[in-house]
Design a protein. Structure first.
Length: 138
């Protein structure tokens, strides 16, 4: 029972930390633990693989999967999404925790530009913004 409660508390702490990190360019020192989790090599590689999987799933030569990916928007933004994945795969070069958090939100937010009847322009703007945030230029 304690283990379950500890995991639940950690999930809540992560959600609160993510909300605060999303709104700031420089993470406060008290959130260094969450920033370190976000920019960890393993997390970056997992997110990059998920992005490449999304691009692959949107290929017009494949039958649509059960996933509600906005296939046309993903195909239109393929270079930008693959650039995001490449930036995450480039583990020796640092990225911002906020940028990694934005990639995670892009992949998991079912109401975002990546899913449903996604707008290619909105997805392009989002991917471009996230790439700038990852690089620390925005």
């Amino acid at each position: 029972m304690r283990s379950w409660e500890a995991r639940r508390a950690l999930r809540g702490a992560r959600r609160r930390a993510d909300a605060e990190l999303a709104g700031t360019r420089l993470p406060p020192p008290r959130l260094a633990w969450r920033a370190a989790e976000l920019v960890a090599d393993e997390n970056r590689i997992d997110l990059a693989r998920s992005l490449t999987d999304v691009v692959h799933a949107a290929d017009e030569r494949l039958l649509p999967a059960a996933s509600p990916i906005a296939r046309a928007a993903v195909r239109a933004c393929r270079p930008q999404l693959l650039a995001l994945a490449a930036r995450l795969f480039d583990v020796p070069n640092p990225v911002s925790a906020r940028g990694v958090l934005l990639v995670d939100q892009l992949l998991t937010d079912g109401t975002g530009p990546l899913y449903g009847r996604g707008d290619a322009g909105r997805l392009l703007a989002t991917a471009t913004h996230i790439l700038a945030v990852l690089d620390g230029t925005e």
